[in-house]
Design a protein around this ligand. Structure first.
Ligand code: LHQ
Length: 265
């Protein structure tokens, strides 16, 4: 199936998914969000894909919701649009899909990531950004509240003080600051961004996919769990890992002093 505003390429176990409306800074229309959801679901089911790399074409990751989308406009009767429908159908569905994927999702953020575009990047498992990247909680500039999981993730990533600063002021946070704050995993030179992100994605694709999926589940559950419940969850996940081909291979490779060849099973 062909998608217009999102590109998909699968090589070396990595599905590279590129937001592709560069003239609009990859702002999301409803059909574009639908394409991205469909692509993520497809790669989720494709056993050849062991890691997803999400990025944007041109000088942005994404400027968030396309504000010129007719779904955003006030009606002739002066009634405001039902933005809740868009939030639910597009952004909540996207965040749930990314978090529900049992393979790692890497975001490569070059240039601007604003509004829901910023929070979709932050919903990925590992975020690498170029030095001149700009993470902007732009919502407040148009009288909105952060969405796409921002109010959940921001305080957990950077703490309450910085989360409030970002959400209420809407100032840009650059790549270096984002790394220093713990908003993202790593900031790299702009020119090196896509190569570094690809190398990271390829190495994850050659890794123990099931272990990544289990770690993702456990780390996500930790926000709402007590220590006791989390310990039980770790035991259950580890029990399953102990029966996996990748665990057997990992220990064999260690004993034989050779690099492991993980199958993802
Ligand atoms: C855009 C956009 C854009 C359309 C740049 N839309 N065209 C959820 C559900 C429902 C409703 C509402 O929202 C949400 C969640 C959200 O995401 S709310 C937040 C929406 N995003 C924004 O408010 C960001 C708006 N954009 C900007 O503030 C700036 O464009 C940023 C800071 C992202 C980049 O600034 P510059 O680097 O100076 O670029 P620019 O402003 O010149 O933009 C380049 C072009 O892209 C321009 O088009 P043009 O035809 O004039 O060249 C912009 O109109 C277009 N563009 N963002 N969100």
């Amino acid at each position: 199936m062909a998608y217009k505003s999102v590109l998909l390429e699968v090589t070396d176990g990595v599905a590279t998914v590129t937001l592709n409306r560069p003239d609009k800074l990859n702002a999301f229309t409803t059909p574009m969000a639908g394409d991205l959801i469909a692509i993520l679901r497809t790669v989720g089911e494709n056993p050849d894909v062991r890691c997803v790399l999400l990025t944007g074409a041109g000088r942005a990751f994404s400027a968030g919701q396309d504000l010129s989308d007719p779904a955003m406009a006030f009606g002739e009767d002066g009634q405001g649009p039902d933005i809740g429908l868009v939030v639910d159908g597009c952004y909540n569905a996207l965040v749930r899909t990314i978090r529900g994927l049992d393979k790692p999702v890497v975001a490569a953020v070059g240039g601007v990531a604003a509004g829901a575009g910023a929070n979709l990047a932050l919903a990925c498992d590992i975020v690498v950004a170029g030095r001149s990247a700009r993470f902007i909680q732009a919502f407040v500039k148009i009288g909105l509240v952060p969405d796409a999981g921002g109010t959940y993730l921001l305080p957990r990533l950077v703490g309450r003080a910085r989360a409030f600063g970002m959400a209420l002021l809407g100032d840009a946070v650059n790549g270096e600051q984002a790394e220093a704050w713990g908003l993202i995993w790593k900031c790299v030179d702009d020119e090196a961004l896509i190569d570094e992100a690809r190398a990271l994605a390829r190495s994850l694709a050659a890794g123990p996919t099931g272990a990544y999926a289990a770690a993702k589940r456990a780390l996500d559950a930790s926000a709402a769990n007590t220590l006791d419940r989390q310990l039980d969850l770790e035991r259950d996940l580890q029990q399953a890992r102990g029966k996996s081909a990748d665990y057997r291979e990992g220990v064999a490779a260690f004993t034989e002093k050779r690099p492991p060849r993980f199958s993802g099973r």
